[in-house]
Design a protein around this ligand. Structure first.
Ligand SMILES: Cc1cc2nc3c(=O)[nH]c(=O)nc-3n(C[C@H](O)[C@H](O)[C@H](O)COP(=O)(O)OP(=O)(O)OC[C@H]3O[C@@H](n4cnc5c(N)ncnc54)[C@H](O)[C@@H]3O)c2cc1C
Length: 405
């Protein structure tokens, strides 16, 4: 097998890798995107696409955004129902200038992105092509796969939570307090799903600051799962699968709703590398994106929006590398700076909110007050749905108002 030569090598064709490739499609650079899977492929996920994801799609490619708008294999969701540990709840409607969130199986969503990629002439997708070895030389990077050796000027790690590119770069160590464990199982027949397809977040005391979710899918199906900080799972020696089953069969609100529901698969687990710590995400001839760069929101567990955003930023940075003929670690620091300039503020806020969510009494109190007073609810809704208002939720003034007004 002869070696294959490209300008850019991307490992992983999930949202981060696909976004990077789409940005580079306009440049004329030759791009190889390698994935160990063949699409459509499943990815263990909650399948929730926030408004941020839809905005990112529009910025990435209006054609892709309109394909998604016409895509029928998704559920449009107009709000969030948040349950506090005492099992009270609050409904938060989302309808921002006609935009809403969606739930779309990753099997379908990621395949939509990949089908778009296949139409781009300078992007070469290699499926069933697991990267096993990375060899970094002064003037190129080489990848060892069963389909031969791929050489390129620069390598993008978009290969998710268990990234081989990130391991090779060696700058990110897995730390349990900055990592969550997640489970997902598709169900059919869960009763009392909200008619406006609100997603449900159940902040149960034993999971804090994590939560159990129920996200409605088409045809009376639902994505059910939970996410929990790995440091707590390990400290309390929790068996997550048993915990999920126990909650669904014993919780006062859920046991009736799951009495006649049927799991459609075995429970699946996967890691969530959280963006609660700033990392070094580039080196000589290497950039990390998406989960490989640990960019998941620590509060919500959402990572698709930041995966696309970081893939776009990586694509733009690579254009600069080629125009300046500079692939050095020093030059690539500009990539890290741009990532944290655009995402650092929100990741830091979410980290502070994640810490507040460790306190069940505080969560009960906030939900109770928001249900009692329209103005508090308004503040909470804005804080949770508008990025620029989120900061109000960590300000002492918000809690002062709850106590004294
Ligand atoms: C249980 C759970 C629930 C979640 N729920 C949500 C949610 O509801 N909403 C949300 O926004 N985010 C959610 N997330 C986070 C979200 O799934 C990730 O942030 C997102 O998938 C990151 O995209 P990515 O492109 O970086 O990586 P991935 O989507 O993981 O894609 C990586 C790609 O790389 C390929 N790959 C891996 N290794 C190799 C290799 N060695 N060689 C070649 N290819 C390779 C894989 O096959 C895969 O296609 C959840 C995560 C989990 C675990």
């Amino acid at each position: 097998m002869s070696d294959k030569e490209f300008d850019v090598l991307i490992v992983g064709a999930g949202p981060a890798g696909a976004a990077c490739a789409i940005v580079l499609a306009q440049t004329g650079l030759s791009v190889a995107i390698l994935d160990k899977a063949a699409f459509p492929r499943d990815k263990t996920c909650g399948d929730a696409l926030s408004i941020d994801v839809i905005n990112q799609l529009s910025l990435l490619s209006p054609v892709l955004a309109s394909s998604f708008a016409e895509f029928t294999r998704k559920t449009s969701s107009y709000g969030i129902r948040v349950y506090s540990p005492d099992r009270a709840h609050i409904d938060i409607s989302i309808d921002m200038e006609g935009k809403c969130g969606h739930i779309c199986k990753r099997l379908d969503f990621d395949n939509l992105l990949v089908q778009h990629l296949k139409q781009l002439s300078n992007i070469h997708l290699f499926e069933n092509c697991a990267v096993k070895k990375i060899d970094q030389q002064p003037h190129f990077v080489a990848l060892g796969t069963e389909q031969g050796i791929f050489r390129g000027q620069i390598l993008v790690g978009a290969d998710g939570a268990y990234s081989v590119v990130s391991k090779h770069l060696g700058t990110i160590k897995t730390e349990r307090k900055h990592y969550s464990a997640g489970l997902r199982v598709y169900y059919e027949g869960v009763s009392f799903l909200n008619t406006s397809h609100f997603i449900e977040l159940h902040f149960l005391q034993e999971l804090l600051p994590g939560y159990l979710w129920i996200f409605p899918l088409p045809n009376n199906k639902a994505n059910v799962g939970l996410g929990m900080l790995s440091s707590i799972v390990s400290k309390k020696k929790i068996n997550l699968k048993e915990t999920l089953q126990k909650i669904l069969s014993t919780d006062s609100l859920l046991k009736e709703r799951f009495k006649n529901a049927r799991p459609l698969e075995n429970v699946k687990g996967y890691g969530l590398p959280l963006g609660s710590k700033k990392r070094v995400i580039s080196g000589t001839r290497i950039l990390l994106t998406g989960d490989a760069a640990s960019l998941i929101d620590p509060l919500t567990g959402e990572g698709i929006g930041n995966a696309i955003r970081s893939g776009r930023i990586a694509g733009d940075h690579i254009k600069n590398c080629f125009s300046k003929c500079d692939f050095s670690a020093t030059f690539n620091i500009a990539y890290d700076q741009e990532i944290y300039r655009r995402m650092g503020g929100e990741l830091r806020l979410s980290t502070r909110l994640q810490h507040l969510c460790k306190h069940p009494k505080l969560m009960n109190f906030v939900v109770k007050k928001a249900n009692q007073r329209a103005e508090v609810k308004q503040l909470l809704v804005e804080g949770l749905t508008k990025a620029d208002k989120k900061v109000s939720l960590i300000r002492p003034g918000f809690y002062y108002r709850l106590l004294f007004k």
